[in-house]
Design a protein around this ligand. Structure first.
Ligand SMILES: C[S@@+](CC[C@H](N)C(=O)[O-])C[C@H]1O[C@@H](n2cnc3c(N)ncnc32)[C@H](O)[C@@H]1O
Length: 390
């Protein structure tokens, strides 16, 4: 690994957001240059705005969850969230960041407010190491590691994971895919300029599924995954679902195989119509539950063997729904009985992502039905990929 791993990102993030998304950004070096009373007054004003702004609901929701807990925050900025929970919930908070001056501001504020004993600091070097730290009940990530490319995030997360206790939480604020779609599907190397200002080198959209892929092979269950603030933000709350601490040796395993291109094998049901335009869209009958299409997964499951045997499989779909709503569910081979996950995809102006999970021994097909009583539904499966679940 070169010493440049985080260079460009450190340069940007000397400048951190204020207390709410409407506030100016500040250079932590400038704050440190102020007389201490001025720096503290400035910090307190920003903290007050954070506690009253768009993100304030998290303070209420996590007050009891984090009470007295040991929390590691990745990308703590100027520490508004962490010092809030230190003060209100008696949490023990370790602030970690890639910019030393950001950490120094928090250290001074914590000292001045008498929270030195409940706070600790970790500078994230280019080795992305967290070896010096102990164990944590939760990892708090508020709009931070999505600012480096996925591969670096993955390495960083793999280094953090051995420090999370079984049943521990991964709590993360991200930008949703819908926001990325609405803002023009820009490359991640330029989208950051829309979300976080001119000098931002990188930002990626996330949802729970993509965070789980970043944390794989560690397995997490999803407790919350929702957008808020007019699609500006997404909040994801995950629980580490394994009985033992994560063994770092597992992080070295190569990515497991996937079977792609399955959308070409979708069979439109005889009772539905294939529309003669727009890439083979199907239109269902108007009855609730009318069959629309099936996808036989047996061949793909066989292709994944022996990896798939006895394991949970995940089917990732991209779906366009122009009108009405589909229910998509994993079924037995005959596409008669539901034997795995199900989801509703209602009409949206963009391509939606859906992931369905089921045990490899139980599932054999995907079944698409109408889910709009008294109306037809129109749309298509654009891509379908089967993989061993994470
Ligand atoms: C948008 S600011 C958010 C700060 C803070 N979490 C908040 O809510 O105000 C991004 C922060 O993440 C840090 N950061 C960027 N990339 C990081 C990474 N890969 N690991 C840890 N921190 C990172 C930056 O230094 C900066 O402090």
């Amino acid at each position: 690994m070169t010493s440049e791993t985080l260079g460009a990102y450190r340069e940007k993030w000397r400048e951190v957001p204020g207390g709410s998304s409407e506030n100016e950004r500040l250079f932590s070096t400038d704050l440190l240059a102020l007389p201490s009373a001025d720096m503290l007054a400035h910090w307190e004003e920003q903290a007050r705005r954070r506690a009253a702004g768009d993100l304030a609901w998290r303070n209420r929701l996590y007050l009891d969850v984090l009470r007295g807990k040991r929390v590691l925050e990745l990308g703590s900025g100027l520490g508004y969230d962490g010092l809030h929970f230190v003060e209100s919930a008696g949490a023990h908070w370790t602030f970690a960041d890639i910019v030393p001056d950001n950490l120094e501001v928090i250290r001074r504020v914590a000292g001045a407010r008498g929270f030195g004993a409940q706070t600790a600091f970790h500078y994230i070097g280019d080795d992305l190491s967290f070896d010096a730290l102990g164990e944590f009940d939760a990892i708090w990530v508020s709009g931070s590691i999505h600012h480096v490319p996925f591969e670096i995030q993955h390495r960083e997360a793999m280094n953090v994971m051995p420090h999370l206790v079984p049943g521990g939480r991964w709590l993360e604020l991200v930008y949703p895919r819908e926001r990325w779609l609405l803002e023009g599907e820009q490359p991640f190397s330029s989208w950051g300029r829309s979300t976080d200002g001119d000098r931002t080198p990188w930002v990626e959209w996330f949802d729970a599924e993509k965070i789980r892929a970043r944390l794989a092979p560690a397995r997490f269950e999803v407790l919350l995954d929702f957008e808020f603030g007019a699609s500006e933000f997404r909040w994801v709350d995950l629980r580490y679902a394994e009985p033992h601490a994560f063994d770092p040796a597992r992080a070295q395993k190569p990515l497991e195989r996937v079977v792609t291109g399955l959308a070409d094998r979708v069979q439109i049901d005889p009772s539905a119509q294939r529309l003669p335009f727009a890439g083979g869209r199907l239109r269902t009958q108007a009855e609730l539950w009318a069959r629309g299409a099936t996808l036989d997964l047996a061949g793909a499951i066989a292709e994944l063997a022996p990896l798939a045997s006895g394991r949970e499989l995940a089917l990732d779909l991209e779906v366009e729904v122009d009108w009405g709503a589909f229910v998509l569910c994993l079924s037995d081979r005959a596409a008669m009985n539901r034997t795995g996950g199900a989801a509703v995809a209602a009409a949206r102006p963009w391509r939606q992502r859906v992931t369905l999970r089921g045990a490899s021994a139980d599932i054999g097909s995907l079944l698409v039905r109408n889910y709009h009583a008294g109306r037809r539904s129109i749309g298509r499966i654009v891509t379908a990929t089967l993989r061993v679940g994470t």
